[in-house]
Ligand binder design. Structure first.
Ligand code: KG4
Ligand code: ZN
Length: 332
């Protein structure tokens, strides 16, 4: 059919997500998160794949039910092929293959990073092509020149840690639970960015966060030597300072990329776009520069299957289908 009903599966990291998408609308988007990783200070791949294995069937069942459809109504199955944790991806890929085989319907493979960018097409307002997108997640930091849905050019990337990792690793230093991004964000609202950290710049449109991380570590070690209670007493200011540094780096590169490409449609994607300073900072910068800015709703910023379904819609229309022998790709 020309307006296919697509079941989409996302299982690249620690969230099991299923969505039902038809042309122009997300009918359901259901995500089961895995609390187990909090206790370990990071995602434990072995735990993640086991949890996906438990969650996948119930998550799909809820997604179908909320969309008001049954398995018989589905015209194609989309899944995240990569990048991600291989054991996690394997669960989603295997489920999608089995579903497609049982129903005799086509399979559509989706690149997780491409999908983060296309999350902007889950609902209005949708950016016109071409546009510039800063994709910031726990695993990736990319500046993408989006020529069209399926022609995305990466014009800048991180050379070491991702922006989300910079938040999470700094949080770990402070004894915060994983993932630390949201708590740093909450605390930063109550603090002042009073501590300056070094921000080594690799130049051009590329990012580097490992130097900032080292600077945070050494600065705090020095402060704690002078005052053992420093971290406990100044936690909100420390969080505000860390957040200010990371967000400043992101916005500075985004501004460079806008100048280099001449684009004035500027978008955010990925889990870190939930960050309140980044959202406000982009809006302020956009007003100053005359940009039209796009920030998806939170539900579509963090890992979700709706973005996989939306990407699959473009691939379905282009006749791009996967074979039954397709394998997940940890690095895409
Ligand atoms: O896109 P995402 O859900 O998963 C990946 O594909 O990585 O991004 C997760 C990342 C984590 O590093 C988390 O700490 C960060 O997004 N994050 C935030 C906020 N909410 C989530 N970072 C800063 N501020 C937030 N409010
Ligand atoms: Zn992601």
């Amino acid at each position: 059919s020309t307006t296919p009903t697509i079941l989409a599966i996302e299982s690249s990291c620690d969230d099991t997500s299923a969505a039902v998408v038809v042309s122009g609308a997300v009918l359901s988007n259901v995500t089961a998160s895995q609390a187990i990783h909090e206790a370990y200070g990071g995602v434990v791949p072995e735990h993640a794949s086991r949890a996906h294995q438990r969650n996948i069937v119930p998550t799909v069942a809820v997604a179908l039910q909320r969309a008001g459809v049954t398995a018989e109504d589905i015209d194609a199955v989309a899944f995240t092929r990569g990048p991600g944790l291989i054991g996690s991806l394997m669960v989603g890929v295997s489920f999608a293959k089995a579903f497609a085989l049982a129903r005799g319907i086509p399979l559509i493979e989706v690149d997780h990073m491409q999908a983060h960018v296309l999350a902007h097409f889950a609902e209005d307002p949708q950016p016109e092509f071409p546009f510039l997108c800063l994709t910031v997640s726990g695993g990736h930091t990319q500046l993408v020149l989006v020529h069209s849905a399926l022609h995305q050019e990466i014009i800048g990337r991180t050379l070491d840690d991702a922006a989300g990792e910079a938040f999470d690793k700094s949080g770990k230093l402070l004894g915060l639970t994983y993932p630390a991004g949201p708590e740093i964000d909450r605390r930063a609202q109550r603090g002042q960015p009073s501590i300056a950290f070094a921000r080594p710049d690799p130049g051009g449109l590329d990012f580097s966060f490992s130097g900032l991380k080292t600077s945070i570590l050494y600065t705090l070690q020095k402060k704690v030597k002078e005052d053992p209670d420093f971290v406990a007493q100044h936690l909100d200011d420390i969080c505000a300072s860390i957040q200010h540094s990371i967000v400043s780096i992101l916005l500075q590169k985004l501004q460079l990329a806008a100048e280099a490409t001449g684009l004035t449609r500027v978008a955010l994607a990925g889990g870190v776009s939930a960050n309140s300073d980044l959202r406000l900072g982009l809006e302020a910068l956009g007003q100053e520069r005359g940009w039209t800015t796009f920030i998806p709703r939170l539900e579509y910023c963090t890992d979700n299957a709706a973005m996989i379904g939306v990407t699959a819609r473009f691939k379905y229309a282009a006749g791009l289908f996967a074979e039954q022998d397709v394998a997940p790709a940890a690095r895409f």
